[in-house]
Design a protein around this ligand. Structure first.
Ligand code: TRP
Length: 77
């Protein structure tokens, strides 16, 4: 665990409210690049963690997101 700094380690929960919700992990550090993307179908849940590789997470599509900052939903498009 010591390779994780105190900013890492936080988990978020994403619940897809439609098919094809995309979760994209963006790299930590000077460069901000996509390093992973994951597709969820309606009803699927992913528990994702901020790590030494991931400092931002982008979510595309209708989803409910639960974090320690509160629960939110992406707007209907
Ligand atoms: N590579 C950036 C970083 O580690 C990724 C990032 C984090 C970012 N938070 C952001 C990019 C907010 C844009 C806006 O800091």
């Amino acid at each position: 665990m010591s390779e994780y700094n105190e900013l890492a380690g936080e988990y978020i929960v994403v619940k897809a409210l439609e098919n094809g919700v995309t979760i994209i992990g963006l790299t930590r550090g000077r460069d901000t690049k996509f390093h992973h993307s994951e597709k969820l179908d309606k009803g699927e849940i992913m528990i994702a963690q901020f790590t030494q590789h991931t400092s931002a997470i982008k979510i595309r599509g209708r989803a409910e997101i639960m974090t320690k900052h509160g629960n939110l939903r992406t707007d209907q498009t």
